[in-house]
Design a protein around this ligand. Sequence first.
Ligand SMILES: [Zn+2]
Length: 223
Amino acid sequence: MFTKPSRKIHRVFIHCSASDHAHHDNASTIKSWHLARGFSDVGYHFFIQKDGTLEYGRDIEKTPAAQKGHNLYTLAICMHGLKEENFTQAQFETLNKLAVQIEHNYENISFHGHCEISKKACPVFNYNQVLDLDRYGSLNKNDISLTPLVSTKADDLPDLKLGSRGESVELLQRLLFIKIDGIFGPQTSRSIKAFKKLQNLYTSDVVKSYVWRLLVENEKISY
Ligand SMILES: [Zn+2]
């Protein structure tokens, strides 16, 4: 079902196809829509039909074209459907199986709805409940989750500031729910300032252990 790609993956995004028509219930229809929009291929890596059949779309070695501005280091799954009540149990079962398989391949990976980073309602159904996600988008059914991972590390995490680079910056960007590139640049700076402002902290962009701890305790939200 899932073979780990060589490119880095941090997040998995869930989408819906915004159609309930039976003749749209396949990846090739979605592909034709995406080609018509000028894409080189279907934007999603996976497509789940109403009967639970899993279809493979874009090569998982390739970055998806599915979440504008948030495609890097992601996988994209599309569920066929428009209205919440029309998604099927068979689809949810396939989605769960796929999510668990993906999760097994990573130390920490999170699952999100397209709606978390856009104004769209996509994927319409309650994916948090269907996948039993915690507030960071980790699968609760598995022991590995971002929350304890960061909690145990909070005191060991390095201080970060504009210009910092590396894995700890990637972790920070995950917690801020912004684009992950491992470089503490202007966007990370703006986001951490916005976060600290909401916490009534002095709004510099320096990240120290108390900021790490607050980020861990905070709800999943884009700053
Ligand atoms: Zn979407």
